[in-house]
Design a protein. Structure first.
Lengths: 118, 182
């Protein structure tokens, strides 16, 4: 038997009429809106990339001397190293020209200091 | 001299139409997606059925091939036919499926012609017993209407390699079939 004859037998042996494309399969796989959304893997990859970028930017900013912030000497003196933190809030004096003197009190455990405006 | 009925064609065919179709698919054009599905689904189902021997797998993996294509259509550059591109996806899925479970010892019954060659059944069994490379190659070779470019593109090999491997794979299949004939 020649190779060509063998090929012919193989072709007829493996012949398979698949029929038309199935409408049921199409309706199952047709692209719905969610098909175009990113997959979980893609979301995770994107999240990791963004986190890494933020870390890199953070490190660079921290190492940049122009971003160094000195602590306020007034606050430092007032705290007298008795505490590691201070919660502060901003307030506005509407008409300070009417004031001759003002005081600012801190909680007892931090001590008290007075701020005078002249 | 062993022969293979494959001949290189002159130059590379132009796959511009396929590229345009893939571009429309990538942009979410449902009509283009349906056109690709209706044109290629039967062939892929046939290919996968021949490769794995299971009708259920053939339907499932053909559907998965298109789902994967929907997502990667923007990567198709038109350097091979769309049919080769889809075939490559389908063969990768077949390979993954083959790793998860052992191959069938015999193909599921199909609708075969009533008067078959006595070797026909042994050929179908023999094909399933070949290793992955030989099985892929012969499955594509015995598909109708395939030219050498498409087989080379689908398998990512050159024509000379294709010829050599084809002769070797056919020899293996033939010896399997003839052994069982004794």
């Amino acid at each position: 038997m020649t190779d060509e004859q063998f090929d012919e037998i193989c072709r007829s042996a493996l012949a398979f009429e698949p029929g038309a494309a199935s409408a049921a399969t199409w309706s199952r796989i047709r692209p719905a809106r969610w098909n175009w959304l990113p997959t979980v893997t893609e979301i995770l990859a994107c999240g990791c990339t963004c986190a890494l970028a933020l870390v890199v930017v953070g490190i660079r900013v921290k190492r940049n001397p122009s971003f160094a912030v000195d602590s306020n000497p007034v606050i430092r003196r007032a705290m007298a190293e008795s505490s590691k933190g201070l919660q502060a809030s901003a307030f506005q004096i509407l008409d300070p020209t009417q004031w001759t003197e003002g005081s600012l009190f801190l909680p007892a455990e931090l001590g008290t200091f007075e701020l005078k405006a002249r | 001299m062993e022969s293979v009925a494959l001949h290189p064609t002159e130059g590379r065919p132009d796959y511009g139409a396929d590229q345009e179709l893939a571009r429309r698919c990538a942009s979410g054009d449902e009509r283009a997606l349906r056109e690709v599905f209706e044109t290629h689904e039967p062939l892929l189902r046939k290919l996968i059925y021949r490769y794995l021997g299971s009708r259920e797998d053939a339907e499932e993996l053909a559907a998965s091939t298109f789902l994967r294509f929907w997502r990667s259509a923007h990567r198709y550059r038109g350097s091979s036919s769309l049919r080769s591109y889809l075939t490559r996806i389908a063969l990768n899925l077949c390979h993954d499926a083959g790793r998860k479970r052992p191959p069938l010892a015999a193909p599921e019954p199909g609708v075969w012609p009533p008067e078959e060659h006595p070797w026909a059944d042994r050929i179908r069994h023999g094909l399933l017993r070949l290793d992955r490379e030989d099985r892929e190659l012969l499955t594509l070779y015995y598909l109708e209407d395939w030219d050498y470019n498409e087989i080379c593109d689908s398998l990512g090999i050159k024509y000379d390699v294709l010829r050599t491997r084809l002769v070797r794979a056919r020899k293996k299949l033939r010896s399997t079939v003839e052994e069982n004939n004794d």
